[in-house]
Design a protein around this ligand. Sequence first.
Ligand code: SF4
Ligand code: SF4
Length: 395
Amino acid sequence: MHQKCRVTVSKVADYEPETLKSALVALLEPLGGMKAFVSKGERVLLKPNMLSAKNPSSAVTTHPAIVKAVADMALAEGCMVMIGDSPGTGSFQRVAEISGIAAAARESGCALVPFDNVQELHGDGIFKRINLASTYMAADKVINLPKLKTHEMMTMTCAVKNLFGAVTGKEKAVWHLKAGVSASHFARLLLEIYLAKKPALNIVDAVVAMEGDGPGSGDPVNVGRLLAGENPVAVDFVAARLVGIPPERLHIEREAAEMGLSGSRIEDIELLGIDEEIFSIRPFRLPEASGPQFGIPRFLAGRFRRYLTPLPVPDKKSCTLCGICLDACPPGAISVKKEAIEIEAGLCISCWCCRKLCPHSAMKVRKSLLLKCVEAFVRVKNQTSSSSCPSGISR
Ligand code: SF4
Ligand code: SF4
């Protein structure tokens, strides 16, 4: 019989170390504890979300208390533990220091390993050649430590999207350009990265998550939950349900279903040791730039695509002309003209890297009147068809 993907969810009030330690033990207990995933002597890589140099209270990066607690659990199993990532912007060392992850590594006695060198992989998927960090590929086990956040391009970032950190430095922009022609194509890339090296375990930091204009500029929300599971597609499915996002509207889940991957269908998943009350979270506010990706009447979707896609627009008052968005824009759609930022709409692929990485929140969202009307229509349609069961998953 087809084995179900097991996912657990625990409640935890805050990042206080002792509370967190107990919550993590309770979280992993139905899955067999940490010892079910790592063994003595193994080189275990922790892969937190280290998007940019923001302090823990901004909820942009995985909280250092979780990184430390998981590191300590793996160390207690006799593993050699490393902590690594390739940030979206800024140097690894600076992101590690400001996010508090460097201090967590020092306290636990773990090595910090920037993803600098790459290993070329020859896959049999759509993307024939992918360069991934050699440190990531060489680890005996990877423990994926995503932060649950909304995401302007993918609607939500959690376990699968966090693995994009295995793509190093400027290659991220290259892949945004190659695969970012559509969100579903980009989702396919993320899934192929996951298949290139499957994490042994995924533990989600949803103690304080992010809603609104994530992943870089959204608002922190106290969710008070940790999630864990072996399969990141299934973990994301449950995380989406937890914060009121229908998983079938996530490109990653839809693409995973197309590829026949387990974890993308409700019947694939088994929730262990939790009750319905764990899902009593108000739905997240989605990013302004994410737009109504599904539910648009078909006759409108193709013909008026240009008018149905939100576009970035710089706010002259808050823009300091720092140039970060110019460097980050994969197709080079951004330039400086007459001492102001200009965006060539025809080149923009709606990856929202500019908005995500702008340190001054100066990149705003412009929507056509048609798009605003369609959004209102889709919102009403979705409200009338939404399920009354918060989890909808078997236990
Ligand atoms: S990153 Fe932000 S502040 Fe810097 S140039 Fe771009 S819009 Fe302006
Ligand atoms: S302008 Fe912004 S959203 Fe458009 S392609 Fe460039 S970085 Fe991506």
